[in-house]
Design a protein around this ligand. Structure first.
Ligand code: UD2
Length: 346
């Protein structure tokens, strides 16, 4: 009997020791995983804190034409059903807006990819950006290319810099276009935190023709695609295969947005880029590529996460398209290009 009690006690004691060791091990590894998480959390807290918000404080004694509540653009939508402004010529006062942002000494980053033969579009893109894109403000223009020696020497005004970053080339244009999201996410995380207030991501085969400035600033900014701004839902070229993460059903969708121009605060654009790239990658693992690559994923993202500001097609027109009466000014426009000459495949 005494032997049985001793044996039971030994088993209980041994189990307690084993459980104790196990507990210590688990709490230690739990602590370790928290220790690993801290820097990441800290990093993004920094990123979030760095996204300043701007109060609209006008300069003293500023004179400008009185706004009217009964006059204005009536031929186009100037506010969405979720109350985001849609920016058209005639809806804003550039002087008033510049005066609001100038005292904050903001910095705007722009990304542009020129991989392979697309490097030939850089010169005019950069020269016209100097004439029209956030003139008088700090601008960091990031050029991503596999041909850094071919980046043209463009004279930049004070407060504006050209920063060249090397990226690998690819034998598929679809890959080049889609990988931009991953690179934009990394750029924001690694370089822009604390240095930049807003970012715009632009196609290189385009030119600026008129002002693109502070009126375009917002948390999440989308450009309404010129090819579809009058189309109804059925006519929007979303990804229609449910197997893709970019899928939008026939009952869904507000507008069709451009992959060639979007932007906003660092926080919002990082989240957009990360989500689109992750979804693109997950689709690729299942052998599906959305019809317009990252543009389709961006459209899905913007359907769920409504943009806080929309730019009219004035902000990305297409040179080959006939001018529509609603387009009173073209600010940025895609040039006519011969795809067979410039793309690595097709
Ligand atoms: C549309 C979109 C584009 C993208 C694409 C689908 C607009 C105006 N454009 O343009 O943003 O969503 O559909 O993937 O909405 N690139 C290179 N080297 C290459 C190929 C592309 O640098 O060999 C870069 C370059 O910055 C170019 C961009 O990727 O501007 C988009 O490629 P595209 O202009 O050939 O695509 P496109 O015209 O079909």
């Amino acid at each position: 009997m005494h032997f049985i009690v001793t044996k039971t006690l030994t088993v209980v004691l041994l189990s307690a020791v084993v459980l104790g060791v196990l507990y210590c091990f688990m709490s230690q590894s739990d602590r370790e995983s928290h220790v690993q998480e801290i820097p990441a959390i800290f990093r993004y807290a920094e990123l979030y804190a760095s996204s300043r918000s701007f109060r609209h404080v006008a300069a003293d004694q500023q004179k400008y034409e009185k706004p009217s509540v009964v006059k204005g653009r009536t031929d186009v939508m100037t506010i969405t059903p979720w109350l985001a402004p849609v920016i058209w010529e005639g809806t804003f006062n550039p002087v008033l807006l510049d005066n609001i942002y100038r005292p904050h000494n903001i910095t705007v980053a722009a990304t542009v990819f020129a991989v392979g033969k697309y490097v030939k579009f850089l010169k005019e893109f950069l020269e016209t950006a100097e004439q029209h894109f956030f003139v008088g403000f700090n601008v960091n223009m990031y050029v991503f290319t596999d041909r850094p020696v071919e980046v043209p020497p463009v004279k930049m005004a004070a407060g504006r810099q050209l920063l060249v970053r090397l990226v690998p080339s690819s034998s598929r244009w679809q890959e080049i276009s889609a990988r931009r999201m991953e690179i934009i996410q990394k750029l924001i995380e690694d370089e822009l935190v604390d240095q930049t207030d807003y970012i715009f991501c632009l196609d290189v085969d385009s030119l600026f023709h008129a002002r693109w400035g502070t009126e375009s600033l917002g948390d999440l900014v989308a450009v309404i695609h010129p090819g579809y701004f009058k189309a109804d839902r059925g006519g929007l070229d979303y990804e229609r295969r449910p197997a893709s993460r970019a899928y939008i059903s026939p009952e869904e969708g507000d507008f069709y947005y451009c992959g060639g121009a979007f932007g906003g605060s660092l926080k919002e654009v990082r989240l957009l880029a990360k989500t689109c790239y992750e979804n693109f990658k997950a689709d690729a693992k299942e052998n599906i590529e959305a019809i317009w690559q990252e543009e389709s994923h961006l459209n899905r993202y913007m359907w769920v996460n409504k943009p806080s500001k929309l730019l009219s097609p004035e902000y990305l027109w297409q040179d080959f398209a006939a001018r529509e009466p609603e387009i009173q000014i073209v600010r940025f426009s895609g040039i006519v290009k011969n795809y067979a000459d410039i793309r690595p495949n097709k």
